[in-house]
Design a protein around this ligand. Structure first.
Ligand code: CP
Length: 310
């Protein structure tokens, strides 16, 4: 197996090869062992400084990256757009270049604009990891999702995964589609047809707007949050109606002919896309996804940092 990523930055899963994904998973396996030890740290990145730039809200991704960096012994600085000089009109490149002049080696960035991470990677000398760019990609989320499926089933190849909900506004959906297909999984999307982009069939993705049928087909259901903050028009009459047609509840789950695995990237709208008794059931791996996020982010940071001359 190769021991170098084929990319210089992680801006999207679209750019990764199947070998890159396997390398990230194998590296994450070692780090998962590390973070379950009494001393959860390795000294690997003692000479590396990382800036976490969050221009948009985050709980899991921000904390997960920060923990991953600390477990690797990197120095870190944190920036969030609220309370920063971005509010005074400073451009993204100026903001980042000012931070980089403090000798930063790697930037983790969440930004509301699709393509922001790719743009930044072409403008600065530091490594860039996309922590979610608008409705475009969320590569580390897709990696931790696939890693959790691999952990559950032994392999992602041949598994049938349905992604349910607001596909149109979801960076998690697009990154998951690329990631799952590169590993040989079959992918279906399910939701209101006006929340499913027209290019799904061109990507080789099955489309359904019948939740029960989609769940009968799959081994894994990844339930997405309704992205109300990204919807500038009304896509369905009410959240109650959405929950009735596309929400996963215990009644539907128990009526299926097999026991499927349930995932959710978080944050959950309990009672909308998933009920509490499903989210907290033994079929849900939601908290394992969060745990695996730290090992996956350690792996990505470690592999990119190993390309830095030092
Ligand atoms: N899954 C995810 O990206 O969650 P946050 O928005 O809390 O980071």
């Amino acid at each position: 197996m190769m021991n170098n990523l084929s990319v210089d930055h992680l801006t999207g899963i679209k750019d990764l090869t199947a070998e890159d994904i396997e390398l990230i998973f194998k590296t994450a396996d070692s780090f998962k062992e590390v973070i379950n030890r009494p001393i959860k740290k390795v000294p690997s990145l003692r000479d590396i400084t990382i800036a976490n730039l969050f221009f948009e809200n985050s709980t899991r991704t921000k904390l997960s990256f920060e923990l991953a960096e600390k477990r690797l012994s990197a120095d870190i600085v944190n920036f969030s757009a609220s309370g920063s000089s971005v509010k005074k009109g400073e451009t993204l490149v100026d903001t980042v270049n000012n931070i980089l002049s403090m000798k930063v080696d790697l930037v983790v960035m969440r930004h509301p604009n699709p393509g922001a991470a790719t743009f930044l990677s072409k403008k600065i000398g530091a490594k860039v990891i996309n922590a979610g760019d608008g409705t475009h990609e969320h590569p580390t989320q897709a990696l931790l999702d696939s890693y959790s499926i691999r952990e559950k089933f032994g392999s992602v190849k041949g598994k049938k995964v349905v992604i349910v909900g607001d596909i149109l506004h979801s960076r998690v959906a697009l990154s998951n589609i690329y990631c799952l297909q590169k590993q040989g999984a079959e992918v279906m999307v399910c939701g209101p047809l006006n929340l499913i982009p027209k290019n799904m069939k061109d990507l080789g993705v099955k489309v359904s707007n019948n939740l029960k049928e989609a769940l009968e087909w799959c081994d894994v259901a990844n339930m997405l949050r309704i992205q109300l903050e990204r919807q500038d028009e009304t896509f369905f009459p009410s959240l109650r109606e959405y929950a009735m047609l596309f929400g996963l509840n215990k009644g539907i789950l128990d009526s299926l002919s097999k026991k499927i695995v349930v995932m959710h990237p978080g944050p959950i709208n309990r009672g909308v896309e998933i009920t509490s008794d499903v989210a907290d059931s033994d079929q849900s791996i939601i908290l394992q996804q969060v745990e695996n996020g730290v090992a996956i982010r350690m792996a990505v940071i470690y592999l990119l940092a190993s390309q830095i001359e030092r």
